[in-house]
Write a protein that binds this ligand. Structure first.
Ligand code: UDP
Length: 238
């Protein structure tokens, strides 16, 4: 089956990561994955949330949002915590967990790193692009703390990146990195987060239109592993 953009089944969309995209952030990137574009920033704050105070450890947290014109149909803004939509909450918690999985919070000391992911153009895979870009922004913020002498030791243990995989509506073929057209009617839809040691941090997998078997799951995970290896390379190059 031909993909809408002519890619092979195991081919990522073109990916680029532009660093230092926002001057006022401690780390920032524009990540582009095909037509999906996300600005990821990291900002350091010298305090921690109340539940961590006095414990000599830090915190990394994420927020995610889509700007109104990032989608085909205008997406209303999230306004404050009371009206933030459930999808955004789910995604920002995923991003936060992914980043915390590769950082030693004790080595970070009593400070919070806020990672903000703002989707400026959405064409599928915005949460996975956010994670892949956010890691680079986080690493830049950490490097700044090390350079200024505020941190003695690097708290990051590994890179982390994410990709989507799935089975589209039209065929039973497993595909890497779905664009919106492929994602919107997918039979099976999965987001995979992995570290630099080929280990899984999180899998969000759904049999949207039908259940799927373990063999199919393994095939999807193999595709994700291949894609994430390439994404780690893009992060390293950036
Ligand atoms: N989307 C949209 N409006 C919305 C939510 C999603 O147009 O309110 C589109 C957008 O292109 C997004 C895609 O649907 O990338 C897939 O959304 P999903 O919730 O699966 O998350 P994503 O794949 O972006 O992580």
């Amino acid at each position: 089956m031909d993909r809408p953009d002519g890619r092979k089944k195991d081919e990522l969309r073109p990916v680029s990561i532009e660093r230092d995209f926002i001057k006022t952030a401690d780390g920032s990137v524009l990540i582009t994955v095909g037509d999906t574009k996300v600005i990821c920033t990291a900002k350091v704050e010298d305090k921690v949330p109340p539940f961590l105070r006095g414990q000599d450890k830090g915190w990394v947290t994420a927020e995610y949002s889509m700007i109104p014109s990032s989608t085909q149909i205008r997406k209303s803004r999230d306004r404050g915590r009371s009206s933030i939509d459930g999808r955004s909450v789910e995604i920002q918690r995923l991003i936060g967990r992914a980043l915390r999985s590769v950082i030693d919070l004790e080595k970070l000391g009593e400070r919070t790193i806020w990672v903000d992911c703002d989707v400026i153009q959405a064409d599928g895979g915005t949460r996975t692009a956010s994670i892949t870009g956010a890691y680079v922004a986080l690493r830049d913020a950490i490097n700044k703390l090390i350079e200024s002498g505020d941190l003695a030791e690097n708290p990051i243990s590994s890179p982390v990146a994410a990709v989507s995989v799935g089975v589209p509506a039209e065929s039973d073929e497993a595909l890497l990195d779905l664009c919106y057209l492929e994602d919107s009617g997918a039979q099976v839809d999965m987001n995979v987060v992995m570290n630099g040691n080929d280990e899984i941090i999180e899998i969000q997998g759904t049999g949207e239109e039908r259940p799927f078997g373990i063999d199919e799951l393994n095939e999807l995970l193999d595709l994700a592993r291949k894609g994430i290896k390439e994404l780690h390379q893009v992060q390293e190059n950036a």
